[in-house]
Design a protein around this ligand. Sequence first.
Ligand code: SF4
Length: 722
Amino acid sequence: MQNTISRRDFLKAGGAAVGAAALGSFVPPQVARAARDLDILDPNGDGYIPTMCEMCVWRCGLLAKVKDGRVVKLEGNPDNPHSTGRLCARGQSGLMNTYDPDRVLTPLIRVGQRGEGKFRRASWPEALDLVTQNMSKIKQQYGAEAMLFSSTHNLSQVQFENFLNGFGSPNYGTQRSLCFNAMIVSNLMTYGMQEPNRTYDGIKYILLTGRNLTEAISTSETRALIDSISAGAKLVYLDPRFTKTASKADEWLCIKPGTDLAFHLALINVIVNANLYDTYFVDTYTTGFDKLAAAVASYTPEWAAPLTGIDARTIERIAREFAGAAPYALAHNGWRTSNFLNSFDTERAIAILNALVGNWGVMMHPAGAEGAGLGTIPQPAYPRITALRLDGVPWKFPFVPLSLGIFQQMRDAILDGTPYQAKGWFISRQNPVQSLPDRQKTLQAFGKLDFIVTVDLIMNDTSWYADVVLPEASYLERYDPLNVIGEQAWVRQPVIEPQGMGQSALWIYKELGTRLGLGDYFQYKDEEDYLRQQLAPSGVSLEQARLKGYAELPGSGPANEMTWGTASGKVEIYSSTLAQGGFDPIPQWKAPAEPGPGEFYLLTGKVGQHTQMGTQNNKLLHKYEDEPRLWMHPDAAGKLGLKDRDLVQVTSPVGTLKVALQVTPAIRPDCVYMTPGFGHQSKGLRTAYGVGASDSQLHVTYVDPVSGSQALSQTFVTVGKA
Ligand code: SF4
């Protein structure tokens, strides 16, 4: 990358003063002064400021220790239900994302070819005007629908959605179809809600299917799991790899990939046939049990054993133990589960298993609505949109929520040009070059677009290909909309002044919206005004909330837990909605694809020190890890004449790459594993560039026809010496 401005250059150039003056009164809050005024900081400007972590989506409350205008330490806020006083390694290292020497500190405009990494620095007004001109031109010539939008799940997403809805485009991609669409759609069909809450209070038996909770960390839930194990709960864990969670389990079942569905169908078979289910709950609160009994009659443990690689007696015993621990038993519905085209049915089987043991109201509870109890910001109705969505939702995928979408389908539609040709892509805090399967396709799709704009902190692989990069302030430098947990609204507030010209998402979308003639959708003066409007119903001032880190919201009184948002108002074992859509109303066995001779299942999965592909440039996290290698079982390596640390070539139907080998017995011989999020292309990431390889080069695009989930483990690869 050329000409990316460093903080020192920036300060020399006096860029902050230029940017602020040009934009009038909407300037960043004077953090230190405001905190001193509130007595959060001492007269020297030192002390602890409560705010929220953003190193993953869990939003743990933290206390930022500030000294001499810099954050020097991050600690868990003991009052916060998500951190309960603890931060994971990523959370503790979060200050390094803010102080990353590779931060983009000024708007950038591309001057070379896409992917060449040549940009020039720009002022905010110039960059915003350029984005406005390009978006307006696309809208005028091709319609608002030719402009695509995508973002990660984050607190400012609500204003990103406001921005794209006001603009009038139906095309919105999130990363969820690459993660947990199958789980969400399954819950909607079964419970009528996207994700019920889980609790571990008093739990006796936990069944985890591909939910590697000690590495895919959500601080409070991971802690609850570990505490439950210490208190004597039994953990049964299914995974083709021996992960850190497997090491904590009472039983690790090294299941064959793609067969989790068979395992759960067999559990249901045993529980139904042996009358081990909760008859009161099933009779009172569910529909379709009689049809379930007939549908699973042939799915015996003996049937499932050769499919799963788990012997029939073990399956039978686990079914009986699980039902025996009810209602203090939980089959965790995972997030990505098995990552095959049958994953939706797996998720449905897990949801039904929980219903059979009557754990609702004990281990599972209704989820509260996001943002419930907060004041809303006034705005007009959105323009009516008649264009079809490029991702096929809902016209090809009727059950996928519009707010989730199918990201990989949207990308493929850019390439196909059907049902119309996309022309521009607005990408916020997202990295589709790394996250979408088949990186080559994503880069080809970029080639079909007239304009790409990104909002990000660093020059990630996607920004590397952008025409304009807009620098966001880090989570330690900005406000975001409030985060509701139960009956508390938690505050993310700036703890230091923004570095360079970084700005909050609330600011960026308002500025762009105003330039595009959409100002009525952004009726807040600044970030603090936005939060004050949100806090209005609580009667708590922003100053009080900032001091404590949260505001108490008016209680809504005890909720009736025994209500579900399904068509019948009950837990739908048999889904008439699915039946009407032409899909199996009760999960049925669907054999997954299998690798051919000489091929391996390509598995991916999280490690505790990284969040997808967003943290690899963090120097603190990088410091404590080896370069990620391809896991392979010793038997498989021996057959191929490979040894530990050999450089190997991995080839799939869509790509090939080279990576070092890690020979380990902690994986099935028919699988290999890669840690995702490495192999960055952007030379603007000086820590992450050149480290490891990217699984996105290998993954084939597969879309589950019900939920739109990407079947990530259904890619098969060959491996040989490089
Ligand atoms: S789980 Fe870790 S990374 Fe995620 S919000 Fe909590 S501390 Fe931050």
